[in-house]
Design a protein around this ligand. Structure first.
Ligand code: ADP
Length: 192
């Protein structure tokens, strides 16, 4: 029965895209880069329960520029009044922004490469505006034929947006490996 569920889940991965499984932007726990990592902020972070936190600038939740890993906070004394900007800038965690229509099977291939297991999701028309989209479902057969080659092709067709220089994007969500795994297993994973 479990095998059948996974087989069905695997088929779903081909049909579904990032926007179908992402956490919607309004529900994403983020921090402003200006926020001071004092006891109150640390408590908020700890209460959120998340291990990776998008960091935005200029008081604008659409301008996510970096990621803060909670593990990066292990050596920070909460009385030092260090800003989120300082910690995120020091650790420089990779931020990947993907198109909301990116098929889950392609995203899984990217995640399998291991550089990151979380991506911010941008509205599709933003990619069209920036000439980055020529992509999606018609490349699926390719994916199945040779997934590694396809990941390269995907990267070519959909270069990561540069959050520094591209102000046209509209963020609509966040997706992690766990969202894809849940889809694959066809059930919710209960976090520890
Ligand atoms: P974590 O390691 O932080 O528990 P997971 O990768 O296990 O994160 O994801 C669990 C769920 O939480 C997924 O549905 C994912 O989209 C969501 N999620 C991850 N990080 C955040 C965040 N900063 N804000 C809101 N939701 C998040």
């Amino acid at each position: 029965m479990a095998t059948l569920r996974i087989a069905v889940g695997a088929m779903e991965l081909r049909k579904k895209s990032a926007k179908d499984v992402m956490t919607k932007i309004d529900d994403v726990f983020m921090l402003s880069e200006d926020q001071v990592l004092n006891a109150e902020t640390m408590l908020k972070i700890s209460d959120s329960g998340y291990s990776r936190i998008p960091v935005y600038e200029q008081n604008n939740r659409n301008k996510v520029k970096s990621l803060l890993y909670v593990s990066d906070l292990a050596l920070i004394g909460k009385d030092n009044n260090i800003t989120v900007r300082a910690v995120a800038g020091f650790n420089k965690r990779k931020l990947r922004i993907i198109d909301e229509n990116m098929p889950l099977i392609a995203l899984l291939e990217e995640f399998k490469l291991g550089d990151y297991h979380l991506a911010m999701v941008a509205q599709s028309h933003d990619y069209e505006k920036t000439n980055n989209v020529k992509f999606v479902a018609n490349h699926l057969d390719h994916f199945l034929a040779n997934s590694l080659k396809v990941v390269e092709a995907t990267a070519e067709l959909l270069p990561p947006l540069d959050p520094e220089n591209d102000m046209t994007i509209t963020l609509v969500g966040l997706v992690t490996l766990e969202d894809i795994t849940e889809e694959l297993l066809q059930s919710e994973i209960t976090d520890e």
